[in-house]
Design a protein. Structure first.
Ligand code: ZN
Length: 233
């Protein structure tokens, strides 16, 4: 017998039976390991996290249900079209993340869920490890804006034009100390190592992540977006 052979068939059959058993809850697996259970932002991310994130695209009801289970304070926004390829669907107005964010900002729900995952599993643990305290504030340059990439007339629409991107300029620690992308990205200190880790970790939950390593246009902020392209620079 050629591929897959008897052993391969038995393996495939075992996987199929396993999936049916998980689907029908004949066997008990933690919700985090069942592809049919919604994303739980509070549990440690695993191999299914990105799949569960992708399920939130185009499902505003499920997405808001997940976002309500996080510490993000938000209100639901009406869908909006403000121009050619500008506007948003299933967006929310973020008031706190729960860190203080100063000016509230609009993001699609799925982008806000990525933000909650990033803050919970990357940003706060990194701050505690490097500085022995949490982040109490996030300083940002805004999210939704009807414009092209770099504001060029001939370029494609930026992810900001559909409220799928957020520009983060820095962080405020619990003791009031500020860490700024513009000032602290370079160097060998704890601030620089912290920012590096925060950028790398963002790539686990966002699709496009651009930092000062990418180009001069991002010298003073981290661009975090959800979209069709994965990029981590
Ligand atoms: Zn940006």
């Amino acid at each position: 017998m050629r591929w897959p052979g008897i052993a391969g068939l038995i393996l495939l059959l075992t996987i199929a039976i396993g999936l049916v058993a998980v689907r029908n809850e004949w066997i008990d697996v933690p919700p985090a390991w069942s592809p049919w259970k919604p994303l739980d932002v509070t549990v440690p991310p695993n191999l299914l996290t990105r799949y569960k994130l992708s399920r939130l695209t185009g499902d505003g009801v499920l997405c808001r249900q997940v976002l309500r289970s996080t510490a993000v304070e938000f209100e639901t926004l009406m869908d909006r079209a403000t121009g050619e390829n500008c506007g948003f669907t299933d967006a929310v107005l973020v008031r706190r993340t729960p860190a203080d964010v100063g000016e509230e900002f609009s993001l699609t729900c799925r982008t806000a869920v990525s933000l909650a995952l990033w803050e919970t599993h990357v940003l706060q643990p990194a701050a505690r490890r490097h500085f022995g305290q949490g982040v109490s504030g996030i300083e940002h340059f805004g999210s939704y804006s009807c414009r092209n990439v770099y504001g060029r007339p001939a370029a494609t629409r930026s992810r900001h034009a559909t409220a799928e991107a957020w520009d983060v300029a820095g962080f405020v620690l619990a003791d009031g100390r500020r860490i700024r992308v513009a000032r602290d990205w370079q160097g060998t200190g704890a601030e620089s190592a912290f920012l590096d880790e925060v950028r790398d970790g963002a790539c686990r939950f966002f699709d496009g992540v651009l930092s000062p390593d990418y180009n001069a246009a991002h010298a003073d902020h981290l661009h975090l977006d959800r979209g069709p392209y994965r990029m981590c620079r």
